[in-house]
Every structure is written in structure tokens, then in C-alpha cells.
Design a protein around this ligand. Sequence first.
Ligand code: HEM
Length: 395
Amino acid sequence: MTETTSTEPGPLPDNPAERYRILRRDHPVSRQAGQPWRVARYADVQRVLRDNTTFSSEVVPATVGADRAATMLFCDPPEHTRLRRLVSSAFSPRRIAQLREVIERRSEELVSEMVGKEQPDLVYELASPLPVTVIANMLGVGDGDIREFKRWSDAIFGNIGAILFGRASADVIEAATAMDAYFRDRIDRFRKAPPENLLGQLIEVETDDGKLTDAELLSFCRLLLIAGNETTTGLIVGCVRVFHELPETFAALKRDRSLIPTFVEETLRYYSPFSLTLRRVVKPIELSGQELPVGDIVLPLIASANRDDSVFERPDEFVIDRNPNPHLAFGFGVHTCLGATLARLEGQIAVASLLDHLDEITLVDHDLAALSRLGGPRTLPVNIRAISKVTSRFQ
Ligand code: HEM
């Protein structure tokens, strides 16, 4: 590959795969005037995510204060290490495996309801409610409060950039304030009698690093909503997008369900829901020939790294049984996704439910499925052909 110091590429194609290919080849570290740096190659993205002493996660204005605590995603060690240690046990594979039954039942219910409808909306019927109910369950949100919880999360997801940079609208502030009040009340009640859910475990957990304060617990509830919901929606949308574009994958999974885990992994690589993240340069550094000054923001393009031909053979081909598959869809380094095991489980179960009930699923409008934002679209009508005899384990 040729090294280049060109920082301002000319107009780039709209198609993300083509755009990324040009960036990786000709402009591995580039930017448009006044914009953050885009980092396109796998090795550079991995380096940015690994080297937290040069590339800091403290990218948003500090929110620490009397009733505010740093969000783990946006802080560096040692503060990050303390928070991550405290919450990790609640995300162990054993704890996540305990959620399998809840996820399977919910996924089965949602897909069964979807099957009865003509041109159902995949996002509305399955891809959005599945992760929302799982997180609501983990945080002990009462059944009667789920609708309200979903309204808050929708308002917050849709405006995450504005929230992070302190430019949220009155509606969004209202939703965030109502949600904070709800969780403050729950934390108060759960402190007296911690229940068997994730929030209960987090309230009780105590390590050499101490306990989580109320403000830290609240901040973590908010982070779960942001980090765990729309991304998982994006994964389920990505799976169905692959079924639409490559119907042979659906047929292959029908024949051999042991391919579901590698199918989901390849979908994460091929249509990465968390397509980029951000860091701030805190030490001067050169990356692929480009000097990056202290204070600048860089965007490691995860979705571009995941199509890099120096790591993946045939990167623009969907290989259903690709193994190994060292994609960076869940990040890399100290901030590697805490919910990766859960997200994989949800993706695999959603795919299994679709296979249980359907012979075919296609998108009504393919362009709607494009991942232009974190996660995916708000609406995605699909055409489905239900199978005559359901083989679900829940009959
Ligand atoms: C397919 C779904 C998901 C994808 C693609 C995804 C992706 C990511 C990525 C790329 C990061 C690292 C960001 C960075 O380094 O700046 C991250 C962090 C995180 N994710 Fe996920 N995520 C998913 C689902 C979830 C779920 C279901 C949860 C929890 C319920 C979750 C919780 C978190 C948390 C707490 C962090 C912050 C970890 C830290 O700062 O140490 N994620 N995720």
C-alpha cells in the first residue's frame, strides 16, 4: 500500500465499502477541513484502541459532579479500571447464560406475533423490543413501565450525539431527566433489598476498589441503554439484510444450525453496527505517515478495519463459516464491549427464531437497511413467508 500524507481526500463514493477501500488505500489517516481525523486501516484502528495513553477516551466534556459520575466508556485507566472491575462480574458468561431462557421466550413471542402480520416492521416487531426488554429485565424495570422505558430510550438513542456534546433538545432533556428520576428511585429501593437482577448485583458488589456510588450506578444504567440497545438492533437488522442480499445464507442455516454462531460473527464484521468510535490525542503521534497533534479527535473506522484485506481474505465477500474472524466490531483494548457475550446470544437467538418460523424473509426497501447511524434504521418493513409447520422448541 502507498503511504500518503494527503489529509483531504476529494469527493468519496456513497457506498461505504467503496469509500473505506479508497480511504484505506490512499488516505489511511485523513480529514475534511475542521472535521476529526478518520483512521481507516485495521492495524491503525487496533493501535488507536489499544494505546489509551496516547488516545484518550475522555472525549466529552467532563460530567463528574455532585450527582454525576464518569461514564466508563468515556474515561481512561485508572478510573476506568476501577469501574470495569466493579461491573464485570455481572457480565460474566455464567451470568449471561442465565438470561438465555428470558431471551428465547421473548424472541419466540415477538417472532410469533410478527408472523401474523402482512409486511411487518422488523425494527418495531423484533430488532428493537428484544434488546430493550433484555436490558429492562437486567435493570429490574417493572413490566408496567416497559413502554415508558422504551420511550425514554428511543428519545435518548436518537439524539446521542447532541446529548454527549451538551446540545440536546428540551424533549430529550425531559426524557433523560424522567429516566434518571426513575432509576434513582429504583436504586434507593434496591439498596434496601437488592433483587436478583443486574442492578441488584451491581448495588451489592464490593471489591478492593470499593462499591459503586449512586451516581455511578445511574451513569451505568444510562450507558447500558446507549451502548446495548441500538447496537443489538443493528446486529439483528444486519442479519436480515444478509438474508435479503444472500438468500442462500438463510437456506444454509436452515440445513445446518451449527453455522449460526459464525453467521452472526460474520454479520458483525460485514455490517458492523458500531461502525466507528472516537478518541482524543493526548500525546503527539504519527500514524500511517500523518502527524496528529495533541487535542485532536480521531475516529477509528471500525467498519473499515473489518473490511481490510491485509487481515481478511476476500473481505467484501460474506463467508458464512469464516473462522478465525478477528473483527473489531466489539472494539479492542480496555474498552472492549462488556456486553459482547450478551449481544452474540441475542443475535443468535433472534436468528434461530426467524429460522423456526419462516421460509423466507426479504426487505421491502433495501436502502432503508443502510447503517448510516450507530445501530441502524428506525423502521424496516419486511416481506415474509411463514412455514406451514413451526418447529419451535416452545410449542
Ligand atoms: C451487536 C451489539 C454490540 C456492539 C456491536 C457493541 C460494540 C461496542 C464497542 C465497539 C465498544 C467499544 C467502544 C470504544 O472503545 O469506544 C463497546 C463498549 C461497551 N459496550 Fe457494547 N456493543 C454491543 C452490545 C452491547 C450490549 C448488549 C451491552 C450491554 C447490555 C453493551 C455494553 C457495552 C459497555 C458497557 C461498553 C463500555 C465498555 C468499557 O468502556 O469498558 N454492548 N460496545
